[in-house]
Write a protein that binds this ligand. Structure first.
Ligand code: URA
Length: 234
């Protein structure tokens, strides 16, 4: 059971203060009767808001195909963001809908979004080691010696104490590769290709994430999302 005003504000309908007006205006019913007390304890299933059941009262878990050009940030000054793709109401939920890890502005691909704070912590924890698969194109031919180097667990990124965990690199063509990582350091893929040593280093030109754990993007178009059950990860 949750307080009615808390339910409305946490699902992004209005502030707790505005909930008073929504109730006074007769927009809310509880078990078919007009609500008259914003403090009353309710089950979401019993509530109707403008005649509609509450929007995703048990939380959201979304698999988004992030397009290039959007940031994974709630700060408006950082420019257009993945959150701008979502319905207005979802952008006002509390806890906020947030990404599980981040993709760079210039990276496209599979991004999970959720309002389940504990899930964000669990899946981004280094202990969890979720495999993430990236497709990268680079600015010069890829030497086959990169494969054992990335797999070695010795690749050192600039400014970091610990070497990268072993990563699986598959060469797909002269300048295209698939890389599977189990960690998520800042700009990790770009920095790994850049850190490969003077004769092996390359610059990543395009980067796209195709998988997160056992989830794949499939043919989901850029800018679109699909919903996953909130208990998908157990
Ligand atoms: N590695 C990067 O360099 N960028 C990303 O967005 C994700 C992984």
């Amino acid at each position: 059971m949750r307080r009615l005003d808390q339910l409305l504000s946490s699902l992004g309908y209005c502030s707790r203060r505005e909930a008073r007006d929504w109730v006074a205006d007769g927009r809310i019913t509880v078990r078919g009767e007009p609500a008259d007390d914003i403090g009353q304890k309710v089950l979401p299933a019993d509530v109707r808001i403008d005649g509609e059941p509450p929007d995703h009262p048990d939380g959201l878990l979304l698999l988004l195909h992030k397009p290039v050009g959007l940031v994974c940030s709630h700060e408006a000054r950082e420019g257009p963001s993945v959150y701008d793709l979502l319905p207005e109401r979802w952008r006002h939920r509390n806890p906020a809908v947030t990404s599980i890890g981040r993709l760079d502005k210039e990276t496209s691909g599979l991004l999970l979004l959720t309002d389940q704070t504990a899930l964000v912590h669990r899946l981004t924890s280094p202990r969890h080691k979720v495999p993430k698969v990236y497709r990268a194109t680079v600015d010069r031919d890829l030497p086959p010696t990169l494969v054992p180097l990335f797999a070695s667990g010795t690749l050192q990124l600039d400014g970091e104490d610990q070497p990268c965990a072993p990563a699986e690199l598959k060469l797909l063509s002269a300048r295209e590769a698939e890389l599977t990582l189990t960690e998520g350091r800042y700009h990790q893929v770009r920095r790994m290709f850049a850190a490969a040593g003077p004769s092996l280093a390359s610059t990543v030109l395009t980067l796209h994430r195709t998988q997160f754990g056992d989830l794949a993007l499939g043919d989901l178009p850029a800018g679109q999302w699909r919903e996953l059950p909130t208990d998908y990860f157990g």
